[in-house]
Ligand binder design. Structure first.
Ligand SMILES: Nc1ncnc2c1ncn2[C@@H]1O[C@H](COP(=O)(O)OP(=O)(O)OP(=O)(O)O)[C@@H](O)[C@H]1O
Length: 453
């Protein structure tokens, strides 16, 4: 955790709330995502948990003909975002605009017409292909579902598709279990292309395959994309792969897109503290991160998407968080310990809010089973704090056992910063249309890159 002080001489950068393409690119936009939310709510009414905010306010444009990479840690909402675009999940707010029409509102034949324009390839071809059908039947499924042509037309189309993805005629009559992983994924790609979609959603399309097979499937996807002029959303964990295949990349954290820009620029000089942390975490010579990037080890794990932080989504782990106004000189260790203690208190607040038994079970053997003053002693034992900061901490510890919410309020008053209170807008961070959401892009602060390189 590093101190950041307001700086008067930083270059002002324009900001707005969107990560969408700039106006100059609008004519090339295929799809505009605006403040999209997909929240999952439990069925039960009494004692229901808050919804899972899987996608929590994403604004993003996908340009015609491009491959947009979507990266981020497991559970950050990548799959949900992709599924919402094609109506496999229902958006709870916001819109997805294609050709001037909001496709999140569609139903019946209008929804089917939109889905026809989109092909989807999922991660695991083992699971996504029905083993009781022949390959010919699998690839013909979408054609039949959309009543495409005559039976003879459909058969011809399937043979063409098999050839297009590098399979042979005789494969038509075989079953998925008779194929290797790479071949099965080729079948899935053929099925996704059956209705000549304009847009492909590729959700971890090669991560279930052997490394030796991955390259061949990726080459196939690249060839098809060029040949058919497709627009693609490529969801992946593997940043090296995204660097190779994507024209632009969007970086997601806790249901939010925190940075989006051309792949070259984002990988050469990530602007957002989360992007920097994500890239710097890849060890070894195959890392796609620039050598100059300081290695950042993040504290803890991402927050529970049912209980995201009030301000910046990354504020509880950010190595470039703006320091509290009253304690600008606190050490990184002190700030880290305070952040961890606040996390413990948040968890305790939730565990004591009337749902304790169920939540405690879900949290497992959590800090809720331990005395808060013991946890505080362990956390702050070796940490230097100024006397006044120590007094605030003691005040919080004194009330933590009986009223963790009050203790949290004491800590937030004393040690909270603007990052705990405000959700960052998107700022243009260079002249290539790259955008990043971080409060430190505001002109009054030092750029976050200044203490993460
Ligand atoms: N049907 C569902 N009901 C409730 N919660 C869900 C559902 N589907 C996903 N989630 C939750 O939504 C959040 C986002 O999940 P999602 O699968 O979209 O993330 P992801 O980034 O694609 O993860 P991964 O890389 O592991 O596939 C997670 O907390 C997940 O547990």
């Amino acid at each position: 955790m590093t101190a950041s002080t307001p700086s008067g001489d930083a270059t002002a950068v324009p900001s707005d709330d969107s990560m969408s393409a700039s106006t100059a690119d609008d004519r090339d936009t295929f799809l505009d995502i605006l403040d999209l939310e997909t929240h999952y709510t439990d069925g039960s009414l009494i004692g229901a948990d808050p919804p899972v905010r899987a996608v929590d306010g994403v604004s993003l444009s996908i340009r015609r003909g491009e491959t947009l990479g979507l990266v981020g840690e497991s559970g950050c909402g990548k799959t949900t975002l992709g599924r919402t675009l094609v109506g496999l999940e229902s958006a709870t707010a916001g819109s997805v605009v294609v050709d001037g029409e909001d496709v999140t509102d569609l139903s019946g034949s209008d929804l089917r017409a939109w889905q026809r324009r989109v092909g989807v390839v999922f991660q695991d071809p083992q699971e996504s292909l029905n083993d009781r059908l022949t390959v010919g039947e699998i690839v013909a499924e979408p054609l039949e579902a959309h009543d495409w042509g005559t039976p003879a037309d459909r058969e011809d189309r399937v043979f063409t598709l098999l050839e297009q993805v590098g399979l042979r005629e005789e494969h038509f009559y075989r079953y998925p279990h008779q194929f290797s992983g790479g071949q099965r994924q080729r079948v899935a790609i053929a099925r996704a292309l059956a209705l000549e979609p304009e847009f492909l959603i590729l959700d971890e399309p090669v991560s279930a395959l052997d490394v030796s097979v991955q390259a061949r499937v990726i080459n196939l996807l690249e060839e098809l994309q060029a040949e058919l002029g497709l627009t693609s959303l490529f969801v992946a964990h593997d940043l090296s792969l995204v660097r190779h295949i994507a024209d632009r990349v969007a970086v997601m954290y806790l249901g939010n897109v925190l940075e989006v820009g051309s792949t070259d620029r984002v990988f050469a000089d990530p602007a957002n503290p989360y992007t920097r942390s994500l890239l710097s975490a890849i060890p070894g010579s195959s890392s796609p991160a620039p050598e100059s990037l300081e290695r950042v080890t993040l504290n803890g794990t991402p927050p529970n998407p049912r209980h995201p932080p009030a301000g910046c989504p990354f504020s509880t782990r950010c190595p470039a968080k703006i320091t509290p106004a009253d304690y600008p000189g606190l050490s990184a260790d002190a700030l880290g310990a305070i952040e961890t203690f606040r996390d413990v208190l948040r968890e305790r607040t939730r565990a004591t809010s009337g749902l304790s038994d169920r939540l405690k079970r879900r949290l497992g053997r959590s800090s809720a089973d331990r005395d808060l003053d013991v946890i505080a002693t362990e956390l702050f034992d070796d940490v230097d704090l100024p006397t006044s900061a120590r007094a605030e901490l003691d005040r919080a510890i004194a009330t933590a056992g009986t009223d963790p919410a009050a203790a949290l309020a004491v800590l937030e008053d004393a040690f909270g910063s603007v990052c705990d209170r405000e959700s960052p807008a998107a700022h243009a961070v260079d002249d290539t249309g790259r955008r990043s959401r971080c409060l430190r892009h505001r002109p009054e602060y030092d750029d976050p890159r200044s203490d993460l390189s």
